[in-house]
Write a protein of this length. Structure first.
Length: 140
């Protein structure tokens, strides 16, 4: 009986070890590529604020005060604009949704948005084709 229990424990340990190795083998990380095309760091390295999901930064408190008092932080996270694009969105909200003048804090808000929520280059499966020579298909 003692030998059977030891075999069962051994089999369970072997099974867990095997499952751990298999799950590690199939794990993939999404990486950001730098301009040279080399993977530089995982996407999830930025610390996020638990309350809003926004990237933690010295200017986060200002973004929370100016932006999330009117709308969800998910609206920020879902969009990516250049600094000028974010500025245009602020002007649009001021014109159409009674957003107040951000005054001197606008620079901090734009610095934060430009740094953490700017457009990113997406990884394509291959480079776009150039100099394509099209031909006419002939019916047979």
């Amino acid at each position: 009986m003692h030998l059977i229990k030891n075999k069962n424990v051994g089999l369970l340990l072997t099974l867990f070890l095997f499952l751990g190795l298999v799950s590690t083998a199939f794990r993939t990380e999404t990486r950001v590529e730098n301009q040279a095309g080399f993977a530089s760091m995982p996407l999830d390295t930025a610390k996020t604020d638990k309350e809003t999901g926004l990237v933690t930064d010295q200017n986060l408190y200002m973004v929370k005060a100016q932006c999330t008092s009117c709308h969800s932080s998910k609206l920020i996270i879902a969009n990516r604009f250049t600094r000028d694009g974010w500025k245009q969105k602020i002007r649009w909200m001021q014109a159409n949704h009674n957003l107040w003048d951000l005054g001197e804090t606008e620079k901090q808000v734009l610095d934060y948005l430009e740094k953490h929520y700017a457009p990113t280059a997406t990884a394509a499966r291959r480079k776009p084709l150039n100099d394509i020579k099209w031909y006419k298909l002939e019916e047979q």
